[in-house]
Design a protein around this ligand. Structure first.
Ligand code: SAH
Length: 250
Protein backbone atom coordinates (compact mmCIF):
# COMPACT_ATOMS: atom_id res chain seq x y z
CA UNK A 1 0.00 0.00 0.00
CA UNK A 2 2.85 2.33 -0.94
CA UNK A 3 0.49 4.76 -2.66
CA UNK A 4 -1.31 5.53 0.58
CA UNK A 5 -0.16 7.93 3.28
CA UNK A 6 -1.61 8.87 6.63
CA UNK A 7 -1.46 12.57 7.48
CA UNK A 8 -1.98 13.78 11.06
CA UNK A 9 -2.59 17.50 11.43
CA UNK A 10 -1.35 19.35 14.54
CA UNK A 11 -1.53 16.38 16.85
CA UNK A 12 -1.40 17.42 20.53
CA UNK A 13 -0.87 14.06 22.20
CA UNK A 14 2.26 12.21 21.14
CA UNK A 15 0.62 9.01 22.38
CA UNK A 16 -1.79 9.26 19.46
CA UNK A 17 1.14 9.47 17.04
CA UNK A 18 2.49 6.25 18.55
CA UNK A 19 -0.93 4.57 18.36
CA UNK A 20 -1.19 5.65 14.72
CA UNK A 21 2.21 4.15 13.92
CA UNK A 22 1.17 0.90 15.55
CA UNK A 23 -2.15 0.74 13.70
CA UNK A 24 -0.38 1.49 10.43
CA UNK A 25 2.24 -1.20 10.90
CA UNK A 26 -0.40 -3.75 11.95
CA UNK A 27 -2.31 -3.08 8.74
CA UNK A 28 0.59 -2.75 6.31
CA UNK A 29 0.82 1.02 5.88
CA UNK A 30 4.13 2.82 6.24
CA UNK A 31 3.91 6.41 5.01
CA UNK A 32 3.28 8.75 7.91
CA UNK A 33 3.19 12.54 7.54
CA UNK A 34 2.98 14.79 10.58
CA UNK A 35 1.87 18.37 10.05
CA UNK A 36 3.34 20.55 12.81
CA UNK A 37 2.91 18.09 15.68
CA UNK A 38 2.98 19.66 19.16
CA UNK A 39 5.64 17.25 20.34
CA UNK A 40 7.65 14.87 18.16
CA UNK A 41 9.73 12.78 18.50
CA UNK A 42 8.79 11.79 22.02
CA UNK A 43 9.17 8.86 24.39
CA UNK A 44 5.42 8.57 24.68
CA UNK A 45 4.98 8.15 20.92
CA UNK A 46 7.72 5.54 20.90
CA UNK A 47 6.21 3.65 23.79
CA UNK A 48 2.64 3.72 22.39
CA UNK A 49 3.93 2.52 19.02
CA UNK A 50 4.76 -0.83 20.67
CA UNK A 51 7.69 -1.46 18.38
CA UNK A 52 6.47 0.29 15.24
CA UNK A 53 9.47 2.62 15.63
CA UNK A 54 10.42 2.26 11.98
CA UNK A 55 7.19 4.05 11.06
CA UNK A 56 7.99 6.83 13.54
CA UNK A 57 11.58 7.12 12.35
CA UNK A 58 10.41 7.30 8.76
CA UNK A 59 7.73 9.90 9.51
CA UNK A 60 7.98 13.08 7.48
CA UNK A 61 7.39 16.20 9.52
CA UNK A 62 6.13 19.25 7.60
CA UNK A 63 4.79 22.67 8.51
CA UNK A 64 1.57 22.77 6.54
CA UNK A 65 -1.13 20.46 5.20
CA UNK A 66 -0.24 21.78 1.76
CA UNK A 67 3.24 20.28 1.98
CA UNK A 68 1.87 16.95 3.15
CA UNK A 69 -0.54 16.53 0.23
CA UNK A 70 0.86 18.54 -2.68
CA UNK A 71 2.14 15.47 -4.57
CA UNK A 72 -1.05 13.44 -3.94
CA UNK A 73 -3.73 12.79 -6.55
CA UNK A 74 -6.53 11.88 -4.16
CA UNK A 75 -7.05 13.41 -0.74
CA UNK A 76 -9.59 12.03 1.70
CA UNK A 77 -10.33 13.95 4.90
CA UNK A 78 -11.76 12.32 7.99
CA UNK A 79 -14.33 14.09 10.09
CA UNK A 80 -16.54 13.27 13.03
CA UNK A 81 -19.04 16.01 12.25
CA UNK A 82 -21.09 17.18 9.33
CA UNK A 83 -20.09 20.55 7.94
CA UNK A 84 -22.11 23.54 6.93
CA UNK A 85 -21.44 23.00 3.24
CA UNK A 86 -21.55 19.24 2.78
CA UNK A 87 -18.77 17.67 0.76
CA UNK A 88 -18.88 14.38 -1.15
CA UNK A 89 -19.18 11.91 1.69
CA UNK A 90 -18.07 8.27 1.69
CA UNK A 91 -17.91 5.59 4.34
CA UNK A 92 -14.61 3.96 5.35
CA UNK A 93 -15.14 0.98 3.05
CA UNK A 94 -15.85 3.12 0.02
CA UNK A 95 -12.86 5.29 0.86
CA UNK A 96 -10.65 2.20 0.98
CA UNK A 97 -11.94 1.09 -2.42
CA UNK A 98 -11.16 4.50 -3.89
CA UNK A 99 -7.67 4.47 -2.47
CA UNK A 100 -6.95 1.14 -4.14
CA UNK A 101 -8.95 1.50 -7.35
CA UNK A 102 -6.60 3.45 -9.55
CA UNK A 103 -3.55 3.30 -7.33
CA UNK A 104 -3.55 7.08 -7.15
CA UNK A 105 -1.19 8.69 -4.68
CA UNK A 106 -3.65 9.00 -1.82
CA UNK A 107 -3.64 10.84 1.51
CA UNK A 108 -5.96 10.18 4.43
CA UNK A 109 -5.99 13.31 6.56
CA UNK A 110 -6.80 13.27 10.28
CA UNK A 111 -7.51 16.29 12.45
CA UNK A 112 -6.62 17.64 15.87
CA UNK A 113 -7.82 15.84 18.98
CA UNK A 114 -9.74 18.85 20.26
CA UNK A 115 -11.04 20.54 17.10
CA UNK A 116 -10.66 18.13 14.22
CA UNK A 117 -9.89 19.63 10.81
CA UNK A 118 -10.84 23.21 9.96
CA UNK A 119 -13.34 23.82 7.18
CA UNK A 120 -10.53 25.15 5.01
CA UNK A 121 -8.51 21.97 5.54
CA UNK A 122 -11.49 19.75 4.78
CA UNK A 123 -12.20 21.72 1.65
CA UNK A 124 -8.77 20.76 0.38
CA UNK A 125 -9.93 17.14 0.40
CA UNK A 126 -11.72 15.55 -2.56
CA UNK A 127 -13.89 13.45 -0.26
CA UNK A 128 -14.86 13.30 3.37
CA UNK A 129 -15.04 10.06 5.20
CA UNK A 130 -17.16 9.68 8.27
CA UNK A 131 -16.87 6.63 10.49
CA UNK A 132 -20.54 5.96 11.25
CA UNK A 133 -20.45 6.49 15.00
CA UNK A 134 -23.58 7.44 16.96
CA UNK A 135 -24.55 11.05 16.42
CA UNK A 136 -24.66 12.08 20.07
CA UNK A 137 -21.10 10.84 20.70
CA UNK A 138 -19.48 10.81 17.31
CA UNK A 139 -15.84 11.59 17.90
CA UNK A 140 -13.43 8.66 18.09
CA UNK A 141 -10.00 8.85 19.63
CA UNK A 142 -7.57 9.85 16.88
CA UNK A 143 -5.59 6.60 17.07
CA UNK A 144 -8.82 4.59 16.98
CA UNK A 145 -10.03 6.50 13.90
CA UNK A 146 -6.75 5.75 12.13
CA UNK A 147 -7.16 2.09 13.10
CA UNK A 148 -10.63 1.88 11.52
CA UNK A 149 -9.47 3.39 8.23
CA UNK A 150 -6.28 1.31 8.18
CA UNK A 151 -8.34 -1.84 8.78
CA UNK A 152 -10.65 -1.11 5.86
CA UNK A 153 -7.63 -0.45 3.64
CA UNK A 154 -6.16 -3.77 4.68
CA UNK A 155 -9.43 -5.65 4.10
CA UNK A 156 -9.72 -4.22 0.63
CA UNK A 157 -6.07 -4.95 -0.12
CA UNK A 158 -6.51 -8.59 0.95
CA UNK A 159 -9.76 -8.95 -0.99
CA UNK A 160 -7.98 -7.80 -4.14
CA UNK A 161 -5.38 -10.49 -3.60
CA UNK A 162 -8.17 -12.99 -2.89
CA UNK A 163 -6.85 -13.49 0.61
CA UNK A 164 -9.68 -12.59 2.92
CA UNK A 165 -10.49 -15.02 5.69
CA UNK A 166 -9.22 -18.35 4.48
CA UNK A 167 -10.67 -21.25 6.38
CA UNK A 168 -7.88 -23.32 7.78
CA UNK A 169 -8.80 -26.71 9.22
CA UNK A 170 -6.47 -29.48 10.33
CA UNK A 171 -8.49 -32.37 8.85
CA UNK A 172 -10.23 -32.51 5.45
CA UNK A 173 -14.00 -32.09 5.47
CA UNK A 174 -15.91 -35.38 5.10
CA UNK A 175 -17.22 -36.28 1.66
CA UNK A 176 -20.91 -36.85 0.97
CA UNK A 177 -20.24 -40.59 0.79
CA UNK A 178 -18.49 -40.68 4.18
CA UNK A 179 -21.28 -38.61 5.65
CA UNK A 180 -24.01 -40.86 4.23
CA UNK A 181 -22.34 -44.02 5.60
CA UNK A 182 -22.14 -42.36 8.99
CA UNK A 183 -25.82 -41.46 8.87
CA UNK A 184 -26.84 -45.00 7.81
CA UNK A 185 -24.75 -46.35 10.65
CA UNK A 186 -26.50 -43.98 13.06
CA UNK A 187 -29.88 -45.10 11.81
CA UNK A 188 -29.01 -48.79 12.38
CA UNK A 189 -27.89 -48.01 15.90
CA UNK A 190 -31.02 -46.03 16.61
CA UNK A 191 -33.20 -48.88 15.39
CA UNK A 192 -31.15 -51.53 17.27
CA UNK A 193 -31.37 -49.55 20.49
CA UNK A 194 -35.09 -49.05 19.88
CA UNK A 195 -34.68 -45.29 19.93
CA UNK A 196 -36.16 -45.24 16.44
CA UNK A 197 -39.18 -47.27 15.41
CA UNK A 198 -38.65 -48.22 11.74
CA UNK A 199 -42.40 -48.49 11.33
CA UNK A 200 -42.95 -44.95 12.58
CA UNK A 201 -39.70 -43.12 11.82
CA UNK A 202 -41.33 -39.66 11.65
CA UNK A 203 -38.76 -36.94 10.85
CA UNK A 204 -36.11 -38.18 13.24
CA UNK A 205 -33.49 -39.02 10.60
CA UNK A 206 -34.17 -35.80 8.73
CA UNK A 207 -33.53 -33.85 11.90
CA UNK A 208 -30.35 -35.79 12.64
CA UNK A 209 -29.24 -35.13 9.08
CA UNK A 210 -29.85 -31.43 9.50
CA UNK A 211 -28.01 -31.39 12.82
CA UNK A 212 -24.92 -33.17 11.49
CA UNK A 213 -24.88 -31.30 8.18
CA UNK A 214 -24.88 -28.04 10.08
CA UNK A 215 -21.73 -29.16 11.87
CA UNK A 216 -19.79 -29.63 8.60
CA UNK A 217 -18.06 -32.69 9.99
CA UNK A 218 -14.48 -33.45 9.07
CA UNK A 219 -13.21 -36.95 8.29
CA UNK A 220 -11.85 -37.53 11.76
CA UNK A 221 -15.11 -36.48 13.39
CA UNK A 222 -17.06 -38.83 11.13
CA UNK A 223 -14.61 -41.57 12.13
CA UNK A 224 -15.13 -40.80 15.82
CA UNK A 225 -18.90 -40.92 15.50
CA UNK A 226 -18.70 -44.21 13.66
CA UNK A 227 -16.38 -45.57 16.35
CA UNK A 228 -18.91 -44.56 18.96
CA UNK A 229 -21.76 -46.20 17.02
CA UNK A 230 -19.70 -49.41 16.71
CA UNK A 231 -19.18 -49.41 20.47
CA UNK A 232 -22.95 -49.14 20.93
CA UNK A 233 -23.40 -51.90 18.30
CA UNK A 234 -21.16 -54.15 20.36
CA UNK A 235 -23.07 -53.53 23.58
CA UNK A 236 -26.37 -54.13 21.82
CA UNK A 237 -25.08 -57.34 20.24
CA UNK A 238 -23.76 -58.52 23.65
CA UNK A 239 -27.09 -57.78 25.29
CA UNK A 240 -28.98 -59.61 22.52
CA UNK A 241 -26.81 -62.73 22.81
CA UNK A 242 -27.16 -62.72 26.58
CA UNK A 243 -30.91 -62.51 26.47
CA UNK A 244 -30.98 -65.30 23.84
CA UNK A 245 -28.89 -67.52 26.16
CA UNK A 246 -31.15 -66.71 29.08
CA UNK A 247 -34.20 -67.64 27.03
CA UNK A 248 -32.56 -70.97 26.00
CA UNK A 249 -31.68 -71.75 29.61
CA UNK A 250 -35.23 -71.28 30.71
N1 SAH B 1 -13.78 17.22 18.26
C1 SAH B 1 -13.32 16.94 16.95
C2 SAH B 1 -13.01 15.49 16.80
C3 SAH B 1 -11.59 15.24 16.86
S1 SAH B 1 -11.25 13.56 16.92
C4 SAH B 1 -14.37 17.28 15.93
O1 SAH B 1 -15.47 17.56 16.32
O2 SAH B 1 -14.08 17.25 14.75
C5 SAH B 1 -9.70 13.58 16.09
C6 SAH B 1 -9.74 13.12 14.65
O3 SAH B 1 -10.11 11.75 14.61
C7 SAH B 1 -10.74 13.82 13.76
O4 SAH B 1 -10.25 15.05 13.30
C8 SAH B 1 -10.85 12.83 12.64
O5 SAH B 1 -9.70 12.91 11.84
C9 SAH B 1 -10.82 11.52 13.39
N2 SAH B 1 -12.17 11.06 13.74
C10 SAH B 1 -12.71 10.93 14.97
N3 SAH B 1 -13.97 10.47 14.90
C11 SAH B 1 -14.24 10.28 13.60
C12 SAH B 1 -15.36 9.82 12.87
N4 SAH B 1 -16.48 9.43 13.47
N5 SAH B 1 -15.27 9.73 11.52
C13 SAH B 1 -14.14 10.10 10.89
N6 SAH B 1 -13.05 10.57 11.51
C14 SAH B 1 -13.09 10.64 12.85
Amino acid sequence: MKNIRIVLVNTSHPGNIGATARAMKNMGLDQLYLVAPKLFPSDEATSRSSGAVDILEGAIVVNSLEEAISDCQLVIGTSARERHIPWPLVDPKQAAEMAHAEQLATAFVFGREDRGLTNEELQRCHYHVHIPSVESFSSLNLGAAVQVIAYELRMHFLAQKGQTVTKKWDVPVASVEQFEYMLEHLERVLVDTEFLDPNAPRQVMTRFRRLYQRAQLDQQEVGMLRGMFSAVDKLVAGATIESAIQKKDR
